[in-house]
Design a protein around this ligand. Structure first.
Ligand code: GLN
Length: 199
């Protein structure tokens, strides 16, 4: 059984611990570098990415996080966690750092201008059992991806023919704009646990 940490600096940590346990992982909070060293994989929760970023620097976690990502540790980021996994962000705070790892540009609060918060059904590549219920809370979208990034879910844009990328995977890194941990549907967490188990 994989041991999966949840970065517990700020955000919806408890909901991820519950969802991971339901997906048959052993879930633990990670706040210190020593705790990070003990997990096989990590979830970065939703919350406020500027705060999570600042606390990660303060707690001495930013470099260890980058090192583990570079060494191939699987990471799943939701919403603010997606922002943390982005190599490049738009509308971030000036000095906002990310862990990075996914070759993508993410726009913070992108859906927030039209809708602070909404729910919608989204087909998700690689998941059986039909679309997932996407809960979006001042959510980012992915504005551009590099060639190595697989797009797993997209939403039609509200204002034109484009679509907005809301779930991606690059190697061992997974990110969603929305919050599966706030629904009773644990399929995205199960997908991540399968990534961690290598099956
Ligand atoms: N708007 C938040 C940010 O920039 C993300 C919101 C969320 O995680 N639900 O970090």
């Amino acid at each position: 059984t994989p041991v999966i940490g949840v970065l517990a600096l700020q955000g919806d940590v408890r909901e991820h611990l519950v969802a991971l346990a339901a997906a048959d992982a052993v879930a633990r909070q990670v706040r210190r570098p020593e705790e990070l060293a003990e997990v096989d994989a990590l979830v970065m929760p939703g919350g406020e990415s500027t705060t999570i970023s600042k606390l990660a620097v303060l707690f001495g976690l930013m470099d260890p996080l980058r090192e583990r990502v570079a060494a191939g540790m699987p990471v799943y980021g939701t919403c603010a966690g997606m922002i943390m996994l982005a190599d490049k962000i738009l509308d971030g705070r000036d000095d906002q750092e990310t862990v990075g790892g996914i070759d993508m540009t993410v726009r913070r609060n992108a859906f927030g201008r039209q809708n602070e918060s909404f729910e919608t059904s989204i087909p998700f590549e690689g998941l059986e059992g039909g679309p997932v219920n996407g809960v979006f809370i001042r959510a980012p979208w992915v504005e551009a991806v590099g060639a190595g990034v697989q797009v797993l879910a997209e939403l039609p844009a509200a204002d034109g023919p484009d679509s907005r990328i809301v779930a991606v995977r690059q190697g061992n890194l997974l990110a969603t704009s929305f919050h599966p941990e706030l629904t009773g549907d644990h399929r995205v967490h199960e997908y991540f646990v399968r990534m961690v188990s290598g099956s």
